[in-house]
Design a protein around this ligand. Structure first.
Ligand SMILES: [Zn+2]
Length: 172
């Protein structure tokens, strides 16, 4: 059973957004042994892995278990856990890629706002503690009025590859 609603894309069509059981599957299911973010960086199948952009030292990846439609993550290539582990160049690139991601999402799926941030530590809702990643979660009026959205599990879109196809060409 899925309950959904649609949001409009820049192609003039509508993508369905679901309230979804599969994030719960992820939360309750077995986790991969290694670091899946390192695996995504090392792999060359960017579409399969929902990787949207490789910068100099950081990347933009779609969250496969999104809190909301267009949920992206910006992360360093290096497997480090803390903001303080980043070099100055990596810190700057993370912020630049967050800015670019927001610009792309605005062009493609017209969010009304964004939540941007990191879950640092399990108690804060981090699913993967060891590889720092910043979340960018688009928000629409009425999607949910419950905060904090970054550790919420309720609103999810389907059609991840369709959305990758829309977002990818808009990233430089
Ligand atoms: Zn890693």
């Amino acid at each position: 059973m899925m309950i959904g609603r649609y949001f409009k894309t820049n192609k003039g069509d509508y993508m369905k957004q679901f309230w979804a059981p599969w994030r719960m599957e992820y939360i309750l299911g077995d986790k991969p042994d290694g670091c899946f973010l390192c695996d995504i960086i090392a792999d060359d199948k960017d579409r399969d892995n929902l990787l949207l952009k490789r910068g100099v030292a950081c990347a933009v990846v779609m969250n496969r278990y999104p809190y909301n439609g267009g949920h992206l993550m910006v992360l360093p290539f290096r497997h480090v856990a803390e903001l303080g582990d980043l070099t100055s160049e990596e810190k700057l690139e993370v912020l630049n890629l967050i800015d670019e991601s927001i610009t792309v999402l605005k062009k493609v799926i017209y969010p009304a706002g964004f939540n941007v941030g990191a879950n640092l530590g399990k108690v804060a809702g981090a699913g993967l503690e060891d590889h720092l990643h910043m979340h960018i979660v688009p928000r629409w009026d009425g999607d949910t009025n419950f905060m904090p959205v970054l550790s919420d599990t309720r609103v999810v879109p389907v059609a991840l590859l369709d959305l990758w196809d829309l977002l990818k060409p808009v990233f430089e």
